[in-house]
Design a protein around this ligand. Structure first.
Ligand code: ADE
Ligand code: ZN
Length: 332
């Protein structure tokens, strides 16, 4: 099964590029930028990665990304991820980035996006991995800052396929960003947002995301299982869920594998992704292996998860069909 998973053509739809910053690269960038880190080795740095919920994870995540300063830093970050993706036979990725995590500490928006974009171009040419960018707003900052960031992104609209919402969900409901999402829709961006697992008011937040915001996709979202009306809405609108089993295991009580199984049985377009692989020790391949071992998934079920993913990508129909044909050919 591990060999089958390794060769399966894959699609990654829930990946924070800042969450792919491996300790080795963190040390390299710190040295390049003259930043002193409070660790003397990779092992010591990894040992300090202790988190058991979303806020404790986010503290480590934001601290780690402070070594990212220049356009080449963002290029190297994205290129390192895309090389890893190519090794795992990821054929296509939609990649989140958090501009406010950088602009809030003085790194200009254009430095971030130019570095990332240049890596996407090179990866397409050199590695045969296609990718698009999704700009996320940090929900624990004010909605006005999100709107300002949205406006700042407009000159780069051709480089950004959609918007997302991440960071700490507690006390930061989707409705807080209704005006930002409305403007983003008018500008032609596609819409997703995190509905993190087992949050306070998870059900109400998912309802707002679907009914008030009108999202095209939901990141995580397994808590729809607690409310049949939400399941019906997701099915009726064909909304895909980007689930992240290993991440779930770190920030909640489990991988939520049984929930993912249930979603598959219900016919929800559920997909398997890696979230922040440098922190959770698992890229998409390892996530598929972990889930397969837990649920004893068959080859057909694994292929279905990748079919779901290519189907809910933000790609034109002919490209979706080309990737779906790759999955079918592999399974056959
Ligand atoms: N930022 C990076 N990873 C995240 C996650 N899983 N949830 C919310 N915000 C995040
Ligand atoms: Zn996430």
């Amino acid at each position: 099964m591990k060999d089958f998973i390794a060769g399966l053509p894959k699609c990654e739809l829930h990946l924070h590029i800042e969450g792919t910053l491996e300790p080795e690269l963190k040390f390299d960038l710190a040295r390049r930028n003259g930043i002193a880190l409070p660790y003397t080795s990779v092992e010591e740095m990894r040992a300090a990665y202790s988190f058991d919920d979303l806020p404790s994870f986010l503290t480590v995540y934001y601290e780690g990304m402070q070594v990212l300063r220049t356009e080449p830093d963002f290029y190297d970050l994205a290129m390192a991820y895309l090389r890893k993706a190519a090794e795992q036979n990821v054929r296509y990725a939609e990649i989140f980035f958090d501009p406010q995590a950088h602009t809030s500490r003085g790194v200009p928006f254009d430095v971030v996006i130019r570095g990332l974009w240049r890596a996407l171009i090179d990866a397409d040419r050199q590695l045969g991995v296609r990718a698009q960018l999704i700009m996320c707003f940090l929900r624990d900052f004010q909605a006005e800052y999100a709107m300002a960031t949205l406006l700042e992104s407009l000159p780069y609209k051709e480089w950004i396929v959609g918007i997302g919402l991440d960071s700490d969900e507690k006390g930061n409901p989707p409705a807080k960003f209704a005006a930002v999402y409305e403007r983003a829709r008018q500008e032609g961006y596609l819409l997703t947002m995190h509905c993190d697992v087992d949050q306070d008011n998870s059900i109400e937040h998912i309802r707002q995301a679907i009914e008030e915001i009108g999202v095209d996709r939901i990141d995580h979202g397994v808590n729809i299982l607690e409310d049949q009306r939400l399941v019906d809405l997701v099915l009726a609108r064909g909304i895909g869920l980007t689930c992240c089993p290993i991440s779930n295991g770190y920030v909640t009580d489990s991988m939520k594998a049984e929930g993912i199984r249930k979603l598959m049985e219900l016919g929800v377009r559920v997909t398997i992704n890696s979230d922040d692989p440098a922190y959770f020790n698992g890229y998409v391949g390892e996530n598929l292996v972990a889930l397969q071992e837990e649920l004893q998934l068959t080859r057909e079920e694994l292929a279905r998860l990748e079919r779901n993913a290519f189907e809910i990508t933000w790609l034109p129909r002919h490209l979706k069909d080309a990737y779906l044909a790759e999955v079918d050919a592999y399974l056959a």
